[in-house]
Design a protein around this ligand. Structure first.
Ligand SMILES: [Zn+2]
Length: 439
C-alpha cells in the first residue's frame, strides 16, 4: 500500500476527466459519446486522409459593417504530402466554409495579377503540358495542389458548432445557431431533440460533445430545477426564465457569435455598458438597438436603478418597476408625458434620426421617469404613505421628482388608481436564480 498522499494522487489521476466524483448525469453523457477515430494513422497517398481545422487569428479586422472583430483561419491539410490545398479566412467558421474548402481543394487556382511567375503551375516540377491536355482549366493555373480527398477528418465538429457560448443565451437561440452552423432547416434540430425523449441538456451534450456542466453554466435555465446545492450556488444570481431580450449586437459580434443572440436577463438589464446601446423595452431585434450617448440621464437612471435593487431587494424593485412602467406609459398615452422625457426623446431622435418614432426610443426616454417613480414605490415607508388616508407627502415627492409640479389627481389617473387599489402585477419573486429552491 502506498502512502496516503501518493494514494490520493493516484486516485485523483484515475478520476481525472471522468467526473468520478461529479454528477451522474455528466458521467452518463460522457459514456454515451462515441469514441473518436484517433490512433496512429500513416497515410501514404495524397488525399488518403485530410484534416479540416480552424484557428482564431490574433488580428483585428474591420468587417463589412465597420465593426472591428476577429477572424478565423480554416484550412484543409493533406496528411501524406503535408500540403494545404485550400484555406479560407472568415469572421466565424461554419459548415458551409468546410464545404467551400472541399470545392476549392478540387479546383485549380488561377494565377492572379501581381503573382510571381514562379508561383504558376507551368513553372513547377510537375508535367504541366501533359496535365493541361487532360484538364484545360489548368491553363494559367497557379501551382496549388489539386487533391481528391478520400477521408476528411474534422476536429470533433468545432466547425459545426456555433462559435462560442454566449452568456445566458436562451436555449432556442443556441439551437437556432447550432442549426445554422450545420446547415439544418430551422426547427430541424429541435424536432430531433424532442423525438429522443431525453432531457434537452443530454441531447445537446451529445450533439455538441460539450460536457453537460459546461452547457449548464452557459445556459443556467437548463439547470434551474437541479436540486443539487452545489449547482444552485454556482448559478445563483444568473437570470431566471422570466425576461428575455436580444443581446447587444456589438457584444455578440465581438464574441464571434453572430449578430442575433437572444438572452435571458434580469429586469434592470436595459443598456449595454460597454457600447452604450439601449437593449431594454421596445427592442425586438438588433436593428432596434440605439445608442444612448445623447441621453446621459439614461445611464444615471440605470445606476440609480441598480442601487435601488441593493437597497430594497430584487423582487420588490422588479414589481415596483413594472407598475411604474405601466403608469408612465399611461401618462405618455394620455398627454405625451413630461418635458424631462420629451427633452431626452428630442436629443436621442436628433442624434439618430433613423430610430425616431420607434417604440425603443420612447421607452429609453421614459426610463429615467420610470426609475424615479420606482424609487418612491419600492420603498416600504413611502408605499405605506401612498396607501394611507392622507397621501399628501407621497404626492408632493412625486410632483417634485417625476411630474414636474403637477399633482396626479382624478379617478382616471393611473398613479391614483394604484394608490387607491394597490394593484399588483401577476408575477412573484425574483428574476434571478436563488441559492436554494424557493418553497
Ligand atoms: Zn455591447
Amino acid at each position: 500500500m502506498p502512502s496516503t498522499s501518493t494514494f490520493h494522487r493516484l486516485v485523483g489521476r484515475l478520476a481525472e476527466g471522468r467526473h468520478a466524483t461529479g454528477s451522474a448525469r455528466t458521467r452518463r453523457t460522457l459514456a454515451q459519446q462515441p469514441s473518436g477515430p484517433f490512433g496512429a494513422v500513416y497515410p501514404v497517398r495524397p488525399g488518403e486522409l485530410m484534416q479540416i481545422d480552424s484557428t482564431p487569428l490574433d488580428i483585428a479586422v474591420e468587417l463589412d459593417d465597420g465593426i472591428i472583430g476577429r477572424v478565423e483561419l480554416t484550412a484543409m491539410v493533406d496528411i501524406a504530402t503535408r500540403s494545404i490545398p485550400a484555406a479560407v479566412i472568415r469572421p466565424t467558421t461554419k459548415a458551409v466554409d468546410a464545404a467551400l474548402l472541399l470545392a476549392r481543394c478540387l479546383t485549380p487556382e488561377l494565377m492572379r495579377p501581381g503573382w510571381a511567375q514562379a508561383a504558376s503551375m507551368a513553372a513547377s516540377a510537375l508535367p504541366y503540358r501533359s496535365m493541361r491536355s487532360i484538364d484545360e482549366r489548368l491553363e494559367n493555373a497557379a501551382a496549388k495542389p489539386i487533391i481528391v480527398p478520400e477521408t476528411i477528418v474534422c476536429d470533433h465538429g468545432k466547425a459545426y458548432l456555433p462559435n462560442a457560448f454566449y452568456k445566458d443565451e436562451t436555449t432556442p437561440s443556441f439551437i437556432r445557431r447550432l442549426e445554422a452552423a450545420n446547415s439544418l432547416r430551422p426547427g430541424q434540430l429541435r424536432t430531433l431533440l424532442k423525438a429522443s425523449r431525453r432531457p434537452w441538456i443530454e441531447g445537446l451534450a451529445a450533439w455538441t460533445s460539450y460536457d453537460a456542466v459546461v452547457l449548464q453554466l452557459a445556459m443556467p435555465q437548463l439547470g434551474m430545477h437541479d436540486p443539487d446545492p452545489v449547482v444552485r450556488r454556482t448559478l445563483a444570481g444568473r437570470p431566471t426564465r422570466t425576461t428575455h431580450t436580444v443581446a447587444c449586437h456589438r457584444c455578440t459580434l465581438a464574441h464571434g457569435a453572430g449578430r442575433y443572440v437572444q438572452i435571458y436577463t434580469t429586469h434592470e438589464h436595459v443598456i449595454c455598458p460597454c457600447h452604450g446601446l439601449w437593449i431594454g423595452d421596445g427592442v425586438t431585434g438588433f436593428t432596434d438597438q440605439l445608442s444612448i450617448r445623447a441621453g446621459t440621464e439614461i445611464t444615471a437612471a440605470w445606476h440609480h436603478h441598480k442601487n435601488l435593487i441593493t437597497r430594497h431587494g430584487r423582487s420588490g424593485v422588479r414589481k415596483a418597476f413594472h407598475i411604474a412602467g405601466v403608469i408612465n406609459w399611461t401618462w405618455y398615452d394620455q398627454f405625451n408625458h413630461f418635458t424631462a422625457s420629451t427633452d431626452i426623446y428630442d436629443a436621442l431622435a436628433a442624434d439618430q434620426p433613423a430610430h425616431a418614432n420607434g417604440h425603443a426610443v420612447v421607452a429609453a426616454s421614459l426610463y429615467p421617469s420610470i426609475v424615479n417613480l420606482t424609487a418612491a414605490m419600492a420603498s416600504h415607508y413611502w408605499a405605506q404613505i401612498a396607501h394611507a388616508r392622507r397621501p399628501n407627502l407621497f404626492l408632493d415627492r412625486i410632483s417634485v421628482e417625476v411630474t414636474e409640479g403637477w399633482s396626479p389627481r382624478g379617478a382616471f389617473d393611473p398613479l391614483r388608481h394604484w394608490m387607491d387599489t394597490d394593484w399588483l402585477p401577476g408575477f412573484r419573486g425574483s428574476d434571478a436564480i436563488r441559492p436554494s429552491i424557493p418553497r
